[in-house]
Design a protein around this ligand. Structure first.
Ligand code: ZN
Length: 387
């Protein structure tokens, strides 16, 4: 690698790390933080501190009022460099390794017995989402975050329908006169109004282009970075699991990330985890990509393939190169490959691999220009995960 290329890669890594890292969680590794208003306060580990002089702000920067100027504030990267004496690249790699992307999902509750809704219902959901979408815009902060993740053209969020969930806590849809009755995601237990956090809205689409759900990438996440619009938790159980309002359970589907909707014949289709990741991968590779809601929900990808006019000739699995991979996850991925082989015997399968130390997700690998390979898989192969 030339020095210039190395610099560009370090910059891209740092940007990705800044976009995905959670400073409050990071500082909490070494400092007991107390929430005061919207900020957090604690004893600074960088100087002898008796009265808490370290502040962490929700916009992702920290400031110590006891440390010497020039070494007393910065981003999550500056924090790791100061506390752990890491280089910029080491700090960025550590953050990407710990926080993704991809982020952790709030797992939707779904079972195989859930029947597919009838076609009229799907159209009704789509129409309602379209009406809501027409009232939404993309906030400046989300535009910046998307640019940092590699979406450079302004048309991209228009093409993919990315929007911002406004910070109005309740009832904004009702105030706009949108009827949300019986649409998954609008808590029917509470006057049909939506109670949810502000964040980036990511549509969930069928191959024919109809929008049937949405995820929210929460702006100021305290637990999961993602929640479902289509099954909003209204509370948490004692164990911290999201609890869903009665009757609001939605039909969970993988996202077909292709701006044009249906295509006549896709020779190759990528399957990955998460709708936003699918959008990024589709943009970077120019290939239609299916984003399943979680690795354990690969069956939703099969449902999408069944909805295509013609199945693809080849499916490329692009799972995160996590390390170490848990045996249970390994088995899950294997089960997905076996199920695909059973449902579509003619489809060839392959996995996309890269150095998991350099990038966790395929979108990061593409963003940071980490070299990747396509490896065909046969029955019984256990490829596709970071070894
Ligand atoms: Zn200090």
């Amino acid at each position: 690698m030339t020095p210039k290329a190395r610099q560009a890669r370090a910059r891209a890594l740092a940007q990705a790390a800044k976009a995905s890292g959670d400073l409050i969680r990071e500082v909490s590794q070494t400092v007991r933080l107390k929430r005061i208003g919207r900020a957090y306060n604690g004893l600074c580990p960088l100087h002898p501190d008796k009265n808490p002089s370290l502040w962490v702000y929700p916009d992702g920067h920290w400031h110590c009022y006891g440390c010497p100027p020039g070494h007393n504030h910065g981003s999550i990267l500056d924090w790791r460099m100061a506390v752990y004496h890491e280089t910029l690249t080491e700090a960025a790699q550590a953050i990407l390794h710990h926080y993704g992307p991809p982020p952790e999902y709030v797992r939707p509750v779904v079972t195989d017995e859930d029947p597919d809704p009838d076609d009229a219902a799907l159209t009704r959901w789509h129409t309602t989402y379209q009406a809501a979408w027409a009232h939404l815009t993309v906030a400046e902060a989300d535009q910046t975050a998307l640019r940092q993740r590699g979406l450079t053209e302004p048309s991209l969020w228009a093409l993919h329908g990315l929007k911002t969930m406004p910070s109005l806590r309740t009832g904004w849809a009702a105030r706009l006169g949108l009827s949300m009755a019986h649409i998954p995601g609008f808590s029917t237990s509470q006057d049909g109004t939506w109670h949810g956090p502000a964040g980036l809205l990511i549509p969930i689409r069928l191959p024919d282009g109809r929008q049937i759900g949405a995820q929210i990438r929460v702006h100021h996440a305290t637990t999961g970075k993602y929640v479902w619009w289509s099954t909003p938790p209204d509370a948490q159980t004692e164990t911290g699991q999201p609890r869903y309002p009665e009757g609001a359970k939605a039909w969970i589907m993988a996202h077909w990330a292709w701006p044009g909707g249906m295509i006549d014949s896709a020779e190759e289709v990528i399957i990955t985890e998460g709708p936003l990741k699918a959008i990024l991968i589709a943009e970077f590779t120019g290939m239609p990509t299916i984003g399943v809601p979680g690795v354990n929900l690969w069956a939703t990808a099969l449902k999408v393939l069944h909805r295509l006019d013609q199945p693809p000739q080849r499916v490329l699995w692009a799972w995160d190169q996590d390390q170490p991979v848990k045996p249970a996850v390994h088995q899950t991925l294997q089960a997905g490959q076996d199920a695909l082989r059973q449902a579509f015997p003619a489809i060839q399968q392959a996995v996309i691999t890269w150095d998991g130390h350099q990038a966790k997700g395929f979108d990061d690998a593409l963003l940071c220009q980490v070299p990747w390979q396509v490896q065909p898989i046969q029955k019984g192969d256990a490829h596709g995960v970071f070894e």
